[in-house]
Design a protein around this ligand. Structure first.
Ligand SMILES: O=P(O)(O)OC[C@H]1O[C@H](OP(=O)(O)OP(=O)(O)O)[C@H](O)[C@@H]1O
Ligand SMILES: Nc1nc2[nH]cnc2c(=O)[nH]1
Length: 179
């Protein structure tokens, strides 16, 4: 347990089991398609790294950095590309790898640009889904866990750039989190 956390929601073992199962599922669904897995930095980096180790078919990886949050930890609705993909996605089967879907604004924007770039298919694999936070109608094609409407950190997810390194996921104490 970390002193800044109120409770642990998912242990390292629970995360690894869920990510492993998702890897098996994706390996079946994308066999023969040479999918391109797109990691949305920085939050999804741990999830991506563990997920691709559980994919046993030919695949490729790329990375994108998108900013959907301003100075506070609430979504601003303003989405900017900070780092774009290295290659064209035209005709490719894409899997967007996201750590968390909250308002859905980031993902709605990202799906739109990738479809506009003429990808063959664009699907979303999310580690966490916070359905109560949704502002746009978007559902992940694959997800590991639903989470309550609390601010969570760990396993890639940050608060003010901290806690990404925790191997588990928990809820921040209210006196630490000033949302
Ligand atoms: O559904 P939304 O309300 O749009 O929120 C989800 C997005 O917010 C987080 O990213 P953040 O902008 O905090 O960047 P990070 O991944 O670098 O932590 C998370 O990684 C998602 O990309
Ligand atoms: N770290 C973190 N980022 C988020 N972005 C949207 N919801 C969350 C959350 O609960 N934790």
């Amino acid at each position: 347990m970390h002193p800044d956390l109120e409770e642990i929601l998912f242990t390292e073992e629970q995360l690894m089991n869920a990510v492993g199962e998702l890897g098996t599922q994706l390996s079946q669904d994308y066999a023969g398609k040479n999918p391109l897995f797109i990691c949305v930095l920085k939050g999804a980096v741990m999830f991506m790294a563990d997920l691709v180790k559980r994919i046993d078919i030919p695949m490729e990886m790329d990375f994108m950095a998108i900013s959907s949050y301003g100075a506070s930890s609430k979504s601003s609705g303003v989405v900017r590309i900070l780092k774009d993909l290295d290659r064209s996605v035209e005709g490719r089967d894409l899997v967007i790898v996201e750590d968390i879907i909250d308002t859905g604004l980031t993902l709605a924007y990202l799906k739109e640009i990738l479809q506009h770039r003429r990808a063959k298919s664009v699907k979303v694999a999310a580690l966490f889904d916070k359905p109560e936070g949704r502002q746009v109608d978007i559902v992940p094609d694959y997800k590991c866990f639903d989470v309550p409407n609390a601010f969570i950190v760990g396993y890639g997810l940050d608060y003010a750039e901290h806690y990404r390194n925790l191997p588990f996921v928990g809820v921040l104490k209210p006196d630490v989190y000033v949302g």
